[in-house]
Design a protein around this ligand. Structure first.
Ligand code: FAD
Length: 403
């Protein structure tokens, strides 16, 4: 059975015009860095490497941003999937706090990119709300709030008596400016546009079928027989890495999103915040620039056969019902339903860096709910690494850290 990584009507592809189409590879090419994958991660890498004047080529087997990028909710937040206390047994509190700081740095980087290149991807810096609707679970929110407050993060605590939201919050942690939202399809294209203007070469419909390593470098063999030679190859293929390594990265699940039609009476307070609850598994929602709500959650065991719509309908229906329960006064009509593979790790971090056994094989894998922010960190740190600057923070994302 062929694994299907994405299924359904992705809102971001549907509501965005196609900004640009890239040619497929029609000749042999030499470069310094071969980036495999033309999703948001590959685009981020392409942007940072070309910004540093390093020659890079992106090879995408299908269309730009048609993989998990276009179904990403693109709810960007510095905090991790689980709170610090829950993660303590997999990593240390200083590591968790450092990853929060890095998340903020990545958010600032995106904001700077937008300031320099224009906001063509509906980017908006917002607050992040992490909350519980259960009286019995307020302590865990308070504990996380105290940890962040004591360590200098801009946070506020919301009690049920002071809840400014129309939905039920028994305790909430509001991270001021701790989040952002954007259109991932447009963001990917914006990165490629800027990257291309700095010398980046992008090829769509150019699948890498084989990779060969030698003393001199690495060669990627592509679908129509053309070769790309480089000094190293970076795997930015999302949840599909088996062509490059036997390593198993993370635990796969299937994650679901539904998006509404534009809502006339959308509350203003919702437009400046991204929201996540503390349930297992958690739910999250955000708004869009055209006043829709996208809600996600109801993750299930990985369904390789997600072509089977019946298997997914239950999760979509639950999400719709949850949204209606949260906002009984809003006129909610669902327009898009889609799902895809999602991979998480024990410490909630992705994988950035070299393969321990192969200097020419690098990874930029934004696993976990903060995938896009991890990829930004990957773009920054890996392009510096190429130039000889080793960033200590790369240790947090080491490829073999669970071995
Ligand atoms: C429902 C859902 C919601 C999510 N929400 C969020 C969120 O709110 N925030 C967040 O940060 N992350 C979120 N994620 C995770 C998010 O999808 C990732 O962070 C991000 O989109 C991954 O982008 P990518 O470029 O790494 O992968 P992809 O977009 O999957 O790109 C990989 C690309 O590699 C290409 N490829 C694969 N093999 C080859 C080959 N052999 N040759 C050439 N090309 C190849 C594929 O065609 C694909 O286009 C979510 C994921 C899901 C499923």
């Amino acid at each position: 059975m062929k694994i299907q990584y994405v299924q359904g009507e992705c809102i971001f592809r549907r509501i965005s015009p196609l900004p640009r189409q890239y040619d497929y590879l029609t000749e042999n090419v030499e470069t310094d860095v071969i980036i495999v994958g033309g999703g948001v991660t590959g685009a981020i890498l392409g942007y940072y490497f070309s910004k540093q004047k390093i020659k890079a080529v992106i090879l995408e087997k299908s269309r730009i941003a048609h993989g998990s990028t276009c179904i990403s909710t693109s709810l960007l937040q510095y905090e991790l999937d689980s709170n610090a206390m829950a993660l303590k047994s997999y990593t240390s509190i200083p590591n968790i706090l450092r990853s929060y700081e890095l998340g903020i740095k990545a958010l600032d980087e995106i904001e700077e990119f937008i300031a320099e290149n224009g906001n063509t991807c509906d980017f908006k810096r917002v607050d992040g709300l992490y909350y519980t609707a259960k009286d019995t679970e307020t302590k865990e929110i308070e504990q996380e709030y105290k940890l962040r407050k004591e360590n200098g993060f801009r946070v506020e605590f919301i009690e049920k008596e002071t809840n400014p939201f129309s939905f039920d919050v028994k305790a909430g942690l509001l991270s001021k400016g701790g989040g952002a939202q954007l259109n991932p399809y447009k963001f990917t294209h914006a990165l490629l546009e800027v990257g291309s203007s700095m010398g980046l070469n992008v090829y769509e419909n150019t699948e890498v079928l084989d990779v060969r390593y030698s003393e001199q470098g690495v060669t990627a063999e592509t679908v129509f027989g053309h070769k790309v030679k480089g000094k190293l190859i970076i795997v930015a293929t999302g949840y599909n890495t088996h062509l490059f390594t036997k390593r198993v990265f993370g635990t796969k699940t299937t994650a679901f999103n539904v998006a509404t039609k534009p809502i006339d009476n959308l509350e203003d307070i919702l437009k400046g915040v991204i929201v996540r609850d503390n349930e297992v598994t958690y739910h999250y929602f955000r708004t869009t620039s055209d006043n829709r709500i996208i809600i996600g959650g109801e993750d299930t065991k990985f369904l390789p056969d997600i072509l089977n719509e019946e298997l997914c309908t239950k999760s979509y229906d639950k999400l719709e019902q949850r949204l209606k329960n949260l906002f009984p006064k809003l006129k909610i009509a669902i327009e898009y339903r889609y799902c895809g593979a999602f991979a998480s790790t024990d410490d909630n971090l992705g994988f950035l860096g070299k393969d321990p056994k192969n200097e020419r094989l690098w990874y930029c894998l934004g696993y976990g709910a903060n995938g896009i922010l991890f990829s930004i960190l990957g773009g920054m740190m890996l392009s510096n690494l190429y130039l000889g600057e080793v960033n200590e923070d790369l240790k947090l994302f080491k490829v073999d850290r669970f071995e």
